[in-house]
Design a protein around this ligand. Structure first.
Ligand code: ATR
Length: 277
């Protein structure tokens, strides 16, 4: 039951009506008996600055930021965490007595999803894609001390730009075979394989071998063609929805101060929400 001391958290974005975050966070508050509530506010670009001032004015405790505001929101904050600054995107705002600090939990969510199955330090990673998602994931892999990162992208020029910023190698998708031959981890960050194009994959099945760890950022469907074929090739895998879960878990801990979020309960809420789509 909400009352005068309930701490409010929310997600802002446009569109935002189908966000999984309210279900995930509220399930966590409920099981821990926290006097918190999490909702969604649809905010367009024109309103963004005033919306951020509203966070301060109303004392909203935590705000998740989604498309299209992750970059634009940064200029309105008081402080930005070093990794979020490097990535150039914020998906989380924590309000401490009117001071707004921005974080990026997307990269950490991605790393935690891989680390459930394998360590990253010292590994050679091939990352497919060079868009917004790849940026956070790439910096995350370096933060976790991957030994070597190779960015492969349909448009090699975009891979080159990102790779030069990160000081890593790059190429186009024609190099997949030779690059995968030396890789420990494959991280697929493009939208290939996403509903309604479930039959698509960038990776020929014959390139998958049991000692390659395969992870796909696509979470709809839960199991993409890439993940299915990787399993058939006896690879260990990480499913895309785990990234969503872990980025939310990190946010939950930042907003509430709870050291260990109730991961299973949040996972159940997330899966229920995604299954309804
Ligand atoms: P996001 O923020 O989700 O990463 P994005 O910034 O639009 O989205 O990036 C999309 C990524 O998917 C890019 O790496 C894109 O490759 P290009 O740079 O060549 O456009 C990749 N992508 C999208 N459609 C693709 C396709 N049909 N084949 C190969 N790569 C594709």
């Amino acid at each position: 039951m909400l009352n005068a001391t309930t701490k409010i958290c929310a997600i802002i974005g446009d569109p935002v009506a189908h966000s999984m975050s309210p279900a995930m966070h509220n399930a966590g508050y409920e099981v821990l008996g926290l006097n918190f509530a999490y909702t969604a506010f649809r905010v367009n670009g024109e309103q963004l600055h005033r919306a951020v001032e509203g966070i301060r004015a109303l004392g909203i405790r935590g705000v998740s930021v989604t498309v299209p505001h992750k970059i634009a929101v940064m200029e309105y904050l008081d402080e930005i965490d070093a990794t979020a600054l490097k990535i150039g995107a914020v998906n989380t705002i924590v309000n401490t007595d009117g001071k707004l600090k921005g974080y990026n939990t997307d990269w950490e969510g991605a790393m935690r999803s891989v680390e459930e199955g394998t360590s990253i330090e010292g590994k050679t990673v091939v990352m497919l894609g060079a868009g917004g998602a790849a940026r956070g994931i790439g910096f995350g892999l370096l933060q976790r001390k991957a030994k070597k990162l190779v960015i492969l992208n349909r448009t090699a020029e975009k891979a080159r730009e990102l790779a030069s910023e990160m000081g890593v190698e790059y190429g186009n998708l024609d190099e997949l075979k030779e690059r995968l031959a030396e890789a420990d981890i494959l991280f697929q960050t493009t939208s290939i394989g996403m509903h309604p194009h479930e039959s698509e994959t960038l990776v020929p099945k014959e390139l998958l071998r049991p000692d390659l760890f395969v992870t796909d950022a696509v979470y709809n469907p839960f199991e993409t063609r890439l993940i299915r074929e990787a399993r058939e090739a006896r690879c260990a895998v990480a499913l895309g929805y785990r990234m969503l879960l872990w980025q939310g878990v990190t946010q939950f801990e930042l907003y509430t101060g709870v050291k260990e979020a109730p991961v299973e309960v949040m996972e159940k809420a997330l899966i229920e929400h995604l299954s309804k789509k």
